[in-house]
Design a protein around this ligand. Sequence first.
Ligand SMILES: CC(C)(COP(=O)(O)OP(=O)(O)OC[C@H]1O[C@@H](n2cnc3c(N)ncnc32)[C@H](O)[C@@H]1OP(=O)(O)O)[C@@H](O)C(=O)NCCC(=O)NCCS
Length: 136
Amino acid sequence: MHYVDGAKRAQGSKLEVVGTCDCVEREASLGPTLPRRLLLRNLWTAPEHRRRGVGSGLVQDACRLARSRGHTFVSLEVEAKNEGAAALYERLGFRDVDTSPKWVRAGLDLLGAGQPAALAGMKKALSVMRVMVKEV
Ligand SMILES: CC(C)(COP(=O)(O)OP(=O)(O)OC[C@H]1O[C@@H](n2cnc3c(N)ncnc32)[C@H](O)[C@@H]1OP(=O)(O)O)[C@@H](O)C(=O)NCCC(=O)NCCS
């Protein structure tokens, strides 16, 4: 899926790709954690076109594509330190899925009992990649 520069198209000049993302159909995985879904990968906006809605547009198109192909979920992975991309996904309704093993979850819950902020901080520090999902 690509977005091209509309102004260039109107002028009839060579088209420039301003954003792109891949969409891959996936069966359910990680037990019941991740349902059958459309997996969004490699979202990218050309640096000079950022913060103009290109990335959001691509994600919204991916959600429409998912629905048209009979999916009810879209998922993605984002590096925990990539706060800009995560903000985009959160704004569009994506929520974290905890894919850490049960024993890690149990230990964290025990450590963070009664301290939700500390628990959230520990989970973030532990997860290099965040897995996010949205019902579409
Ligand atoms: C992440 C990326 C795709 C965003 O593309 P974009 O076209 O700039 O995104 P949008 O214009 O749709 O941004 C929508 C909202 O997301 C959030 N956002 C996007 N980039 C942000 C940043 N660098 N810092 C903080 N918030 C950001 C903002 O809330 C933004 O709304 P605003 O501009 O009104 O504040 C782009 O920065 C990029 O290609 N980065 C490098 C590749 C990458 O990290 N891809 C994600 C892989 S998971």
